[in-house]
Structure formats: C-alpha cells, structure tokens
Ligand binder design. Structure first.
Ligand SMILES: [Cu+2]
Length: 271
C-alpha cells in the first residue's frame, strides 16, 4: 500500500504519453491528405499548412519535454516520500530566490523565442503584403458566406475579378474550383452573421466578419477534392454549411470554369 498511490499517479502520465505515441498510427492526428485513407499521410497538401504544422510540432516538442521533466520530478518526489522511513523527518523549505528567477527567466526566454520564430508564418498567413505575389495580383474568387451556405463568385474566364459585382460574373454554390500547384487568393465575406471558413486539410481557418472583405490564400499541391466547412456557430443550419474545394490541373480547371460559364449563361434555347 505504501507504493500504491505513487504508482497510481506515475501511471497516468505514462498512459498519456503512450496514447500520444500510438494516436497517429490509429488515424487520430492531423486531418490527413486523403480523408478516410487506410494509410493516412498527415503532411498538409498546402505549403502554408505545412509551415503551420511546423509551429505546432515545435510547441509540441517544447511542452512534451517539459511535461516529461515535470512528471519525472513528480515521480521522484512520490517514490522518495514513499520510501522514507517512519522516523525520518520531512524538510521544510521557505522559497529559493535563485530557483524562482531561473524558472521565470527560462519560460520567458522560450516564449520570446516562439514569438519571434513564428513571425514569418504569421505574416504569410495574415499580412497581405507577404502573400505570394501571383495570388495577390489575380484573386481567384469571392466567397460569400450566408445562413447557411457559401456563394462563390468568379470573374468571366479571361477577366480579372473585381470587388464590385459585374453582370457577367460567374456564380456557384458550396464548391470552389482551384488550379492545383498554384497559390490562390479568395476574398472572404459574409452576407449576414459571422461565419468561419475552415479547410482542415489545408490548416486554413478564417472568420468571415460582417462588413469586411478578408483576403485568404492557400495552395493545393495535389489535385483532389478537399472539404471546407463553417467553424463558427452561426444558427440552426450551421451543421450543413459544408462545401468542397475541387483542385485540378490548370487545363482542367479552366475547362471547369468554362463549363460553369456555360451553365450560368445558357438560356436553354436551342435553334
Ligand atoms: Cu456559418
């Protein structure tokens, strides 16, 4: 019984670490490149997503090592206490200035390091001037969220998208065509309440705020279909605010937009 509680409290961090180690092998990790794949690839298909994951892994390493160190210290204290003889007296300490300075300065330095280290990724995600020029100069589409869906607006093929709606713009619902292998920029807005544009496989999540047009960029390295959804509880139909990103080789992408133009403007009359 003497060692029971020590063993009990030492077991839980071991279970926690073991669970973290086996989770990726069981499909419980980042959203994989292909949803539901038997052999999931956890690397994001979006270059910016990989940078964001890099920050996550760095922080995971730091917190993981600190967790192991503190739990190891706790285990040592528990075992030391349990093995203490009946007559052995406890030692009482009243603060240790040196130690307190040390455990304030070290976490402070680590936080400062993270703050500076993540600046580039943050700028790349949020500061328009740091976006790839190619994406900035030719916005692909405007995505307008509404209760409960996504309205997508493109310019007529061959034209550049304008902020103001033009009579020959193309419209689509809950589906965004993107050329694979190229950075694309979309303008995100909302017709009513707050929504959030979330592409798990790209690690992109951006709130849509009433009255604002927010630029968001990403790149699908590989052709494929990727889910996007609303990540901001926006009303009773929030659950059904899903959509699909269709990434295709540029030639097929252009063909898809041409087909959309035909669907938008075909009056159904044949002669
Ligand atoms: Cu929503």
């Amino acid at each position: 019984m003497k060692y029971f509680w020590s063993a009990f409290f030492i077991a839980w961090p071991i279970v926690a670490v073991a669970a973290c180690l086996v989770a990726p092998g069981m499909g419980m990790w980042f959203p994989p490149q292909e949803l539901g794949a038997a052999d999931p690839v956890y690397e994001s298909v979006n270059p910016l997503g990989r940078d964001i994951d890099g920050l996550f892994y760095m922080i995971l390493w730091i917190t993981g090592l600190v967790f192991l160190a503190t739990q190891g210290a706790l285990a040592w204290v528990l075992l030391r206490g349990a093995s203490r003889g009946e007559k052995e007296r406890a030692v009482f300490l009243h603060g240790n200035a040196k130690l307190e300075v040390l455990w304030t300065v070290i976490p402070g330095a680590i936080l400062l390091f993270i703050a500076f280290d993540q600046l580039d990724v943050w700028a790349n995600f949020r500061v328009v001037e740091a976006f790839p020029a190619q994406a900035r100069e030719q916005p692909l589409a405007e995505i307008e969220a509404h209760q409960f869906g996504w309205k997508v607006r493109y310019a007529q093929p061959g034209q550049i998208l304008s902020r103001d709606h033009r009579p020959n713009d193309l419209y689509d619902n809950d589906r965004l065509y993107v050329p694979s292998g190229y950075p694309v920029l979309i303008w995100l807005r909302t017709r009513d309440v707050q929504h959030s544009f979330f592409i798990p496989q790209f690690r992109i999540k951006q709130d849509a705020l009433p009255g604002q047009v927010i630029p968001v960029w990403f790149q699908a390295d590989e052709p494929g279909e990727y889910e996007f959804l609303c990540a901001e509880l926006c009303g009773w139909g929030h659950y059904k605010m899903g959509g699909i990103i269709v990434a295709q080789e540029p030639v097929r992408h252009d063909a898809a937009l041409a087909e959309l133009a035909r669907q938008n403007y075909d009056d159904g009359v044949t002669d």
